[in-house]
Design a protein around this ligand. Structure first.
Ligand code: G6Q
Length: 523
């Protein structure tokens, strides 16, 4: 349990609830109870079962109180009103406005930017659609077959995750991602490509990031070496807020797609930074993706807190982080397409809530953002699940699965889903000494070996998890899923009283790398 209390009156009751519930066995909680119905929620084609958690009516009620005491409702309203809730950078937080199709005004410094957002969206989605359709030609009039996105962090992880997740829906062009300043990343990617049929997207909010600029200049040289200086205009595009720097790089102004300071890097896949996604899945499906996210935004904005998916998941996260001493949690998607899902949210969550200064600019000592990790199932089962089942640490898990598969091949999907359900069941209910004994007695293992094994084969159980089931992986459902996790992180930041939208830790690293480079180069 976190030694330092959250600064709310309800904290005392929550501490008591935690002491009581730690002693409760999940088997007892489920016995003759309707908790599977009580602690589950359906929204559109999403179903969240959160019954396998250390909660009961009282603690669940008390957890909701954190929202009232932390002024969650007022801060949420400020966010949707476009107030500068990112107070250290004096910026509004409006990435959600990029996925909005309604007529709502989006005020930034008293100016409505909604039509600007919509016209840039039109421009970059039309541009991206040409690659999806396979109609975009290069300098020598050959059809572009490959697009390389050059970016890092928020300008790489999110788009890469979505392109991979929606590869079932891809069109004519292959998309590649280069992020590491280690030349190997660029060299190995370009080895497979032909300059005549390759197009580069330089994705950088600031257009000053060392890794991205270095890779972009080397990619430019690779192109120019084969096709000459004049080819750059028809093989490069840029997405940035720094239009002056883009101009200096020499990118054709027709291929430049802006976005704005009110969109944080790790939340920018909804902006023109998501152009690589659009090149892969085309305009229509990209708009479906945005619309799916918008539906989740609407749900988050209006649903009562006890029926609100992001709020429910946020409160459960706080519960384990601050009252059960859990310092990490795992996202375990049972779908190979979500290969990079956890990696993306590792950035979004840890960069957003890895903070320890509060809204009053004071150092805080209670626990804030946890370490997030995970891998798609079932691979993780054969690797690190051992520790989740029998290790000394409490690691709450989110299992994510899709009811329908996009690749119906014999019984693969049934087996995949059977594994998902088996894992959450084993974590929750474990295996008692009596059950292990019975199993051993029916085996041909010697009595003395049985005695030894008994101690090792017992599973304590009572290890919490959420199970999130979604009907099918589509652009729209993926949009909703990403927005769900984004809002969850926001709610937690409000309760911890931190700024989830700045990233001074990242900025310091960027600055130091520059000064050390000067030292290395001067010997
Ligand atoms: C995200 C972070 C960080 C950022 C990268 C790339 O929220 O600020 O991951 O996205 O450092 O920055 P640029 O897009 O400016 O190149």
């Amino acid at each position: 349990m976190s030694k330092v209390k959250l600064p709310y009156a309800i904290d005392q009751k929550l501490q008591e609830d935690a002491v009581r519930l730690k002693k409760e066995d999940f088997r007892n909680l489920f016995h003759n109870s309707d908790r599977a119905e009580e602690f589950s929620i359906k929204w559109q084609d999403f179903f969240l079962d959160f019954s396998k958690n250390h909660i009961d009516k009282t603690s669940w009620h008390n957890l909701q109180e954190l929202l009232t005491e932390s002024n969650f409702h007022t801060i949420k309203k400020s966010l949707f009103d476009g107030d500068e809730i990112n107070w250290t950078e004096k910026r509004a937080v409006l990435h959600h406005a990029l996925r909005s199709f309604n007529e709502r005004t989006v005020l930034v410094n008293d100016k409505d930017v909604s039509s600007q957002i919509k016209s840039v969206r039109e421009l970059f989605t039309d541009f991206g659609d040409q690659f999806f359709q396979g109609t975009r030609k290069g300098h020598c009039n050959e059809t572009i077959t490959d697009v390389v996105n050059i970016g890092i962090g928020g300008s790489d992880l999110g788009p890469k995750m979505v392109v991979e997740a929606l590869s079932h829906y891809k069109g004519a062009t292959n998309i590649h991602f280069v992020s590491n300043v280690d030349a190997t990343h660029l060299v190995e990617t370009l080895k497979k490509l032909n300059p005549h049929t390759t197009f580069f997207l330089v994705a950088s909010k600031t257009f000053t990031t060392q890794e991205t600029m270095t890779n972009a200049h080397s990619a430019r040289q690779w192109l120019v070496d084969s096709l000459g200086e004049n080819s750059v205009g028809s093989h490069f595009a840029a997405m940035s807020t720094n239009l002056e720097a883009v101009k200096q790089f020499g990118i054709n102004p027709e291929n430049v797609f802006p976005f704005w300071d009110f969109v944080g890097g790790r939340y920018s896949l909804w902006s023109s930074i998501g152009l690589s996604i659009c090149c892969s899945i085309g305009k229509r499906q990209f708009l479906d993706f945005l619309a799916g996210a918008e539906a989740m935004d609407h749900h988050f904005e209006i649903a009562p807190t006890d029926q609100n998916l992001p709020v429910i998941m946020a409160l459960l996260g706080i519960w384990y982080n601050n009252y059960f001493g859990a310092s990490s949690y795992a996202i375990l998607p049972y779908d190979q397409y979500l290969n990079y899902f956890t990696a993306h949210f590792q950035q979004v969550d840890m960069e957003s809530n890895g903070k320890s200064t509060n809204r009053d600019n004071k150092k805080i000592e209670y626990e804030t953002g946890p370490v997030l990790w995970g891998e798609p199932g079932t691979n993780g089962q054969h690797a690190f699940y051992q520790l989740i089942h029998q290790g000394s640490k409490l690691i709450p898990c989110d299992f994510i699965g899709f009811c329908q598969t996009l690749n119906p091949l014999s019984d693969h999907h049934s087996k995949l889903m059977a594994n998902l359900f088996a894992q959450s069941e084993a974590l929750a209910f474990g295996l008692t000494a009596t059950e292990v004994q019975e199993e051993l007695q029916n085996s041909d293992i010697s009595i003395s070996d049985q005695e030894t094994l008994l101690y090792h084969k017992v599973f304590d159980g009572n290890r919490p998890s959420n199970t999130l089931l979604i009907n099918r992986l589509t652009p729209s459902s993926l949009g909703s899923l990403i927005a769900l996790y984004e809002w969850k992180i926001f709610v937690q930041g409000v309760i911890w009283q931190i700024n989830s939208f700045d990233q001074w830790g990242v900025e310091l690293g960027k600055k130091l790398a520059k000064s050390i480079l000067t030292e290395i180069e001067s010997g």
